[in-house]
Design a protein around this ligand. Structure first.
Ligand SMILES: [Zn+2]
Length: 435
């Protein structure tokens, strides 16, 4: 068995090691700039992983940017033929020997290698804007809450960017002085146009947009004037909408204040004070459903969902990344797991553990300090991240005069809403963040 032999490129101290066995034959980069303070140098790559990242025109289509081979086609024993070269553009060049008819030359930019070598850089590349997430309670929200006029949002690039980034960062943003003209066709355009400026609409069984008004024969709790508790929308969908927009067209109601809460702030607080409850809530399955009016939707998910592929990039970051919270008591179905004792004797204890954790979450959530309260004026548009920010509406009463007007289609309280697809929102966010 031969010992490790190394080849190095003096100028950059690049080396790859070629041991007798392919399984430990890896490319090593020394002295990468820009990795401090968190990375350990040198950076070592599995050969096949680096080969997989080749973006030459044979490997990635220059026009569609689609990968032209499958990872499975890379030979297990792929390795560089000779030392890593630095070409005249200061890029790394690796010539691979493999069971291919001709050698394959891969070129990697400094930037790409440094990015791949650093957890923080990889993280920033996907989620740079996450650094700007501002968890809030009612007091701290006010420092970061973005609110811009409708005209600025529609016409001024900076105002538009402020709203989109602010919406991500706080999970909530406002647009003011949007048109509230009487013509229904115009109104439909307003809230949908605001959404479409960011991305595409997430159509649901409510249509591409919908009205929230007081109806005598309510099919949905939102259409009544009772207190609507904190919740998220459509958690009984496999892919609930990421962003919700509510446009106030009329509001002469008494009461009916909107209340918002940052569920991530609540969940991270729970992690701090009661980690056992936090992790219980990442596992225990809750079923949400909507069964009414010819529809039957259902989905089971835990209260807190974590990003399973999260790698804590620096000690300053939280140890886990919460992907979303699923809290919507009005749409909970009976529990389906751990129901009877016939499965195992511990089942009932398991449910009680969950119940204690659920109570602990609500114990923090319903602190007055967590709740941001505001009232819709005609022309206001609220935009919020439906997988993070909880919303509710206090009970309201329409003045008698307005009740009479309802028969003419002149509603005392009228909100028009729409949903934005989460992926189209993230795409716009990355684009605006320069990723
Ligand atoms: Zn290639």
């Amino acid at each position: 068995m031969s010992r490790l032999s190394s080849f190095s490129c003096v100028s950059r101290q690049l080396a790859f090691y070629r041991p007798g066995s392919w399984s430990t034959c890896n490319v090593i980069f020394n002295q990468l700039k820009d990795l401090r303070p968190y990375s350990t140098v040198p950076a070592t790559f599995e050969n096949a992983l680096l080969r997989d990242a080749c973006s030459c025109s044979k490997c990635v289509d220059t026009s569609t940017q689609q990968k032209r081979f499958s990872t499975g086609q890379i030979p297990l024993d792929v390795h560089p033929k000779w030392a890593v070269q630095v070409n005249k553009n200061e890029e790394y060049e690796i010539t691979w020997t493999a069971q291919e008819s001709e050698d394959h030359v891969s070129v990697y930019s400094q930037e790409l290698i440094e990015q791949l070598a650093s957890p923080l850089r990889r993280y920033n590349n996907r989620w740079r804007f996450v650094r700007d997430t501002k968890l809030w309670d009612a007091e701290t929200l006010k420092e970061n809450l973005v609110s811009r006029s409708y005209d600025d949002y529609m016409k001024d690039d900076e105002a538009f960017k402020d709203v989109v980034l602010g919406l991500y960062s706080s999970g909530l943003a406002f647009i003011e002085r949007a048109p509230t003209t009487e013509s229904t066709s115009d109104l439909e355009i307003v809230v949908e146009n605001i959404a479409r400026k960011i991305g595409y609409i997430k159509e649901t069984f409510y249509g591409s947009s919908w009205d929230v008004i007081s109806l005598p024969d309510a099919k949905n709790i939102a259409y009544t004037s009772e207190n609507l508790p904190l919740h998220m929308d459509l958690l009984y969908y496999e892919s609930p909408p990421g962003v919700q927009l509510l446009h106030c067209i009329a509001n002469s109601a008494e009461g009916g204040e909107s209340v918002y809460a940052d569920s991530f702030h609540v969940a991270y607080k729970l992690l701090e004070v009661d980690p056992i409850s936090f992790y219980t809530l990442t596992k225990f399955p809750i079923t949400f459903h909507y069964r009414n009016d010819g529809y039957h939707y259902m989905c089971t998910r835990p209260l807190i969902e974590l990003d399973n592929f999260y790698m804590n990039p620096t000690p300053e970051h939280p140890p886990v990344r919460i992907k979303c919270v699923n809290y919507s008591p009005p749409f909970q179905a009976p529990f389906e797991h751990f129901v009877t004792q016939s499965e195992t004797a511990e089942n009932h204890a398991e449910f009680r553990t969950f119940l204690r954790a659920f109570k602990a979450f609500e114990g923090i959530l319903y602190n007055k300090s967590e709740l941001f309260e505001t009232r819709f004026k005609p022309g206001d548009v609220a935009l919020f991240m439906n997988r993070r920010v909880l919303h509710s509406r206090r009970e309201f009463r329409l003045p008698p005069a307005t009740d009479a007007d309802n028969t003419d289609g002149n509603y005392g309280r009228w909100l028009k809403g729409t949903y934005l697809d989460i992926d189209s929102f993230h795409s716009k966010l990355r684009q605006l963040s320069g990723l």
